[in-house]
Write a protein that binds this ligand. Structure first.
Ligand code: 5GP
Ligand code: MN
Length: 342
């Protein structure tokens, strides 16, 4: 669904917003933080003040996108301030999330208790359109950041001229494209490279951004990666499906911090026979599921049917409300059932 006819309506609705809140999904990734901060910088360019809220903390390597003067608010840490900002707002713009279930407790404040107008800008399958006043959804893009750049280029303030974009905004957009494509390894559409080329023309320093995002891990993170690959990777379904379980004691042992497992789920896919990979991480009250696949194998359907989640065909996620000890059997049985049905 591409609703570009909404672009004009989108910018006029945003233009009439007086107090704007920008929201990204829980466990924010580079596209969530990138699109929220890019929109923040663009609104600033339009002379508008907005505040940014995400449900919980994001990895350190994304802090280069967080403005020092007006940092992104973390709902879990600053709940009262966030509640006040939402109740004072007349416009909420949700980015990179398919619907209310992606923002945990923040959903009540925004979708139940606030009468502000709501806009969604997103690239996931099956957006919850009825929750919003305006939806701009396109699944044929690499990232929400790429979609946002197209929309910004269509705005009368920029009118197709990338040189009119602030460098901060361009950097945030580039970060979202870099992370959602896993440094141009997946989800590339013809326009993706054209858009990124425009960002380079605008002055984005790709090498610096690459180093900040992909080469800023701790030593314990690398040790954890080695341990999980050598000790915890399990191959099932005739070696075509890999899964890795990461439990709380291991997180503690390796001083696990938000973002440390970023990219782990992609590693087993480097094995020729493996066409689906899962990382199952113990969290507070649930097991977080990360799924990746190669080719036509649809992990979005698996995430929806077996993991209370969703996402894209080749990258999805969800949550299991079972104990970590039950997880290997549950996952293995679900895989067998899923492939039998297919
Ligand atoms: P990741 O594995 O990087 O956490 O998530 C990959 C993709 O899966 C995300 O971009 C998002 O589309 C989707 N996803 C992750 N977690 C959830 C979830 O809990 N619910 C839904 N609906 N989608 C999720
Ligand atoms: Mn995204």
């Amino acid at each position: 669904m591409r609703t570009l006819k909404n672009s004009e309506q989108l910018w006029s609705t945003i233009g009439s917003g007086k107090s704007i809140v920008l929201v990204g999904h829980a466990n924010p990734d580079g596209d969530a933080i990138g699109s929220v901060s890019a929109m923040y910088h663009f609104l600033k360019q339009l002379g508008k003040q907005a505040c940014m809220i995400v449900p919980n903390s994001f990895p350190d390597f994304l802090s280069c996108l967080d403005p020092d003067t007006d940092p992104i608010l973390i709902y879990r840490d600053d709940t009262a301030v966030c509640k006040q900002k939402i109740s004072d707002s007349d416009l909420v713009i949700c980015l990179d999330m398919s619907g209310p279930s992606r923002i945990d407790d923040l959903a009540d404040d925004i979708f139940t208790n606030s009468s502000a107008r709501k806009i969604l800008i997103d690239h996931h399958l099956n957006p919850v359109v009825e929750a919003f006043d305006i939806v701009v959804s396109d699944t044929e893009v690499s990232s929400t950041c790429e979609l946002l750049l197209s929309l910004i280029l269509e705005s009368s303030a920029i009118s197709g001229d990338i040189t009119g974009l602030s460098l901060e905004c361009a950097n945030s957009i580039a970060a979202g494209i870099l992370t959602d494509t896993n440094n141009f390894a997946n989800s590339i559409f013809p326009a993706t490279l054209e858009r990124f080329s425009q960002l380079l023309k605008r002055g984005v320093d790709r090498d610096r951004l690459y180093n900040e995002i992909f080469c800023s891990y701790s030593a314990t993170r690398m040790e954890l990666m080695g341990y999980l690959l050598s000790e915890k990777m399990t191959l099932i379904h005739d070696g075509t499906v890999a899964f890795i379980i990461l439990d709380k004691s291991e997180k503690e042992k390796y001083s696990f911090r938000t973002g440390d497992s970023e990219g782990f789920v992609n590693l087993p896919l480097k094995i020729r026979k493996v066409c689906m990979s899962a990382l199952l991480t113990e969290d507070d009250g649930f097991v977080k599921v990360s799924l990746r696949s190669k080719g036509d194998l649809d992990v979005n359907r698996f995430a929806r049917e077996y993991c209370n989640g969703g996402g894209h065909r080749n990258a999805s996620g969800g949550r299991l409300y079972i104990s970590i000890d039950e997880t290997p059997d549950y996952f293995t049985n679900s895989i067998e059932e899923y492939f039998k049905k297919a």
